[in-house]
Structure formats: structure tokens, C-alpha cells
Design a protein around this ligand. Structure first.
Ligand SMILES: O=C(O)c1ccccc1N[C@@H]1O[C@H](COP(=O)(O)O)[C@@H](O)[C@H]1O
Length: 223
């Protein structure tokens, strides 16, 4: 199966175009005001129109209420909601029912005990995104450019597609995939020159590295 590559936190037409031209499978838009990547609904609408089904549009939210999700739905019409807060299993179920869109639940990881939530989420979520657990005093629960110990996922037995994120960049994504066995990678800080400022060359390098990893593992599997 082909590796999913998600570029998150896009906030300009130019860098969105770069991600699409370079072959991103998913493009992520952040709707969380404390984030340096936060988009207004107007900008979300404008960027969403540019995607034209060349990639899946992902709306990243953090414990958003129905009114906020309604507005995002109207502006972006996302293909997937990425729920990056402390949303409960029941809340996931509500969101899926209300909006008729798949949900990807972000699970923060710092220790093996963090994986105890998986059976609950796996019953409802369409995909899991493992991300580094943010420090308690962080202004946001992700997008901090910090990795977690990928070995915590080494013996994972999850009957659901999952992606890995947190501090990924072009030079470490192959190792993250090898250790975790994830079916996709998600990046924000690792393709930026400063928080919230995407770098076109870094986006291209990240996607190139992901495809090279995918090609190498496919080559091994046919031998
Ligand atoms: O990008 C943000 O600002 C953000 C805000 C709130 C929750 C999640 C956020 N980003 C997501 O965090 C992971 C890891 O990002 P990074 O590559 O370590 O910067 C990724 O899924 C982002 O989409």
C-alpha cells in the first residue's frame, strides 16, 4: 500500500501549490487560534478551493464545538477532521454522525501508558495519528517539532490505519517509519524556516524522502 504523506499547517497559496505539485496525499489546515498556523475561515475557503481534489483536505481542530466545526465545514468542506485535543470517544462519534466525514484522532505519546486509550478510539476513529505529547505548559498540543520515542509503537497491534508525526523531517522520517510501521507521515515544523513559515524546498525534500523510503521498501518486498 502506498505511503500517505501529509503536509500540515499550510497557510499560503504558494506553499499549498508546492505541496500539491510535489504529490502530498493530504494537506492540513489548522483552525486553532493559538497556533502560528491558524487560518481564518476566509483563507481556509480560498486555500480549500485550490486543492481541487488533488489531495485530501484535512481540517485540524482542538476540542472545537459544533458551531466552529459547522463554520469550517462550510468554508473548507474538509475530507477528514483531524481531532487534536482531548475529544472523547463519544465526541468522535457525534462529529462523525453530524458531519458525515471520517475522523483522524491524534493520540499524544510520551509513555507506553498513553496507548491505553487505543481500544476506545479504534472503535470509532477512521485513522489514528500518533504525535509527541506536548509539555503541560505548551500553548498548543502539537506542531512543536518534537519527536517521541518511536520504539513505544514497535509492537503495536492496531487494526486501523495509523500515521506518525512529531518532529519529523526529511532526514528522520525513514527511521520513524521503520520503527513504527506506520502507513503515513505527517509534518509541520520540519518543513518550516520559522514557526508558521513553510519552506517550499523543505516541503519538496520531505515528500521526496518519503517516496524514496516507500520505493525502497517496495523493492525489498518483491525480492
Ligand atoms: O501545527 C500546529 O500548530 C498544531 C496546533 C495544534 C495541534 C496540532 C498542531 N500540529 C500538528 O502536530 C503534529 C506535529 O507537528 P510537528 O511536525 O512536530 O510540527 C502534526 O500532526 C501537526 O499537524
Amino acid at each position: 500500500m502506498s505511503l500517505l504523506v501529509k503536509i500540515c499547517g499550510l497557510s499560503t497559496r504558494e506553499t499549498l501549490q508546492t505541496a500539491l505539485d510535489a504529490g502530498a496525499d493530504m494537506v492540513g489546515f489548522v483552525f486553532f487560534p493559538p497556533s502560528p498556523r491558524h487560518l481564518s475561515l476566509e483563507l481556509g475557503r480560498d486555500l480549500g478551493r485550490l486543492v481541487k481534489q488533488r489531495a485530501l483536505k484535512v481540517a485540524l481542530t482542538v476540542d472545537a464545538d459544533d458551531a466552529t466545526l459547522d463554520n469550517i465545514m462550510d468554508a473548507l468542506s474538509p475530507d477528514i477532521f483531524q481531532l487534536h485535543g482531548q475529544e472523547s470517544v463519544a465526541r468522535l462519534r457525534d462529529i462523525k454522525q453530524r458531519f458525515g466525514r471520517p475522523v483522524m484522532k491524534a493520540v499524544p505519546v510520551a509513555a507506553a501508558a498513553d496507548l491505553a486509550v487505543l481500544p476506545g478510539y479504534a472503535a470509532v476513529a477512521d485513522r489514528i495519528l500518533f504525535d509527541a505529547r506536548a509539555p503541560k505548559d505548551a500553548t498548543r498540543p502539537g506542531g512543536l517539532g518534537e519527536p517521541f520515542d518511536w520504539h513505544l509503537l514497535e509492537n503495536l497491534d492496531l487494526k486501523l490505519p495509523y500515521m506518525v508525526s512529531g518532529g519529523l523531517h526529511a532526514d528522520n522520517l525513514a527511521e520513524a517509519l521503520r520503527v513504527t510501521g506506520a502507513g503515513g507521515v505527517d509534518v509541520s515544523s520540519g518543513v518550516e524556516s520559522a514557526p508558521g513559515i513553510k519552506d517550499p524546498e523543505m516541503i519538496q525534500a520531505f515528500i521526496r524522502a518519503a517516496r524514496a523510503t516507500q520505493d525502497a521498501s517496495q523493492e525489498l518486498s518483491v525480492r
